[in-house]
Design a protein around this ligand. Structure first.
Ligand SMILES: Nc1ncnc2c1ncn2[C@@H]1O[C@H](COP(=O)(O)OP(=O)(O)OP(=O)(O)O)[C@@H](O)[C@H]1O
Ligand SMILES: [Mg+2]
Length: 247
């Protein structure tokens, strides 16, 4: 199972669009795909069902909020991600494929969850800090390990921020992919994102060295690349598709 975060701190660059399309494409090619909607805006979820349908069937019992709630309330048993999976059945994509497309939906309440998760980090002394830092940022890593054999690919649609849930996604990921618009300021942000990920993973390794706890493995999320989104391919003065129409 390979885990890929689709991430960019900048909003509206096509993270959700890329996640849903990559997921659907991989499933159409026979892969067992799980998409995780980590964004409280819930837009990946609403790319596959109406808000009304989600409210009726899943809002109360099958979202990432249910998962993080069990963590925040200090429950002994954290809910398994497999209990939250929604099996999608986009017939037009999967008719000729043995692949599967699953989703774990999000919830607007994840905004509050993130604040509470960050509050679990205890800075009283260096040992407590290291222990709570590692634990708070590794929930997703450990929960995804439990479903390691169920999927070929996990795609995580991150919100446009660098918060505690996104940091969980980074530590859980083998790779990350950065959709981006190719204007000047957006391209500056890509380098900054990469630096932030490197600083965060270095911090994780320092706490790991400090604590010497074998439950926390070294992580090396690798950048798969930047995907230009909303780009128009031009030849001369005109978009390529327009030229094609004239032929
Ligand atoms: N290649 C594209 N061409 C045209 N429109 C696009 C393309 N990719 C995305 N869009 C549109 O741009 C808008 C923003 O895309 P999307 O929601 O995927 O971005 P996002 O990075 O996930 O946003 P957010 O940061 O709010 O989560 C959407 O309305 C989407 O339909
Ligand atoms: Mg999005």
């Amino acid at each position: 199972m390979k885990i890929v975060s689709v991430i960019n701190i900048k909003g509206g660059v096509g993270k959700t669009t890329l996640t849903s399309n990559l997921g659907a494409y991989a499933a159409s090619q026979g892969k067992r795909v799980l998409m995780i909607d980590l964004d409280p805006q819930t837009q990946l979820t609403f790319s596959f069902m109406t808000p009304e349908y989600w409210r009726d069937k899943y809002k109360d019992s099958k979202t990432l909020k249910n998962y993080f709630d069990t963590i925040i309330t200090g429950s002994d048993e954290i809910i398994s991600l497999s209990d939250l999976v929604i099996h999608l059945n986009p017939g037009n994509i999967l008719t000729f494929s043995s692949g599967t497309l699953d989703l774990i939906s999000s919830h607007l309440g994840l905004i509050d969850i993130d604040v509470k998760l960050a509050g679990l980090i205890n800075v009283q002394n260096s040992t407590m800090y290291s222990a709570s830092f590692l634990k708070t940022h590794s929930y997703l890593t450990h929960s995804l390990e439990e479903i390691e054999n169920d999927y070929d690919i996990v795609l995580i649609d991150c919100p446009p921020t660098f918060n505690t849930t996104v940091k969980n996604a980074i530590l859980a990921s083998d790779y990350y992919i950065v959709p981006a618009k190719l204007d000047y300021l957006s391209t500056l942000g890509i380098e900054e994102l990469k630096q932030n990920i490197d600083i965060f993973t270095d911090e994780y390794h320092n706490h790991r060295d400090n604590l010497k706890d074998l439950r926390y493995l070294p992580v090396f999320p690798a950048m798969l690349g930047v995907v230009p989104m909303m780009a128009e391919i031009r030849k001369g003065d005109e978009p390529v598709f327009l030229q094609a129409l004239k032929i």
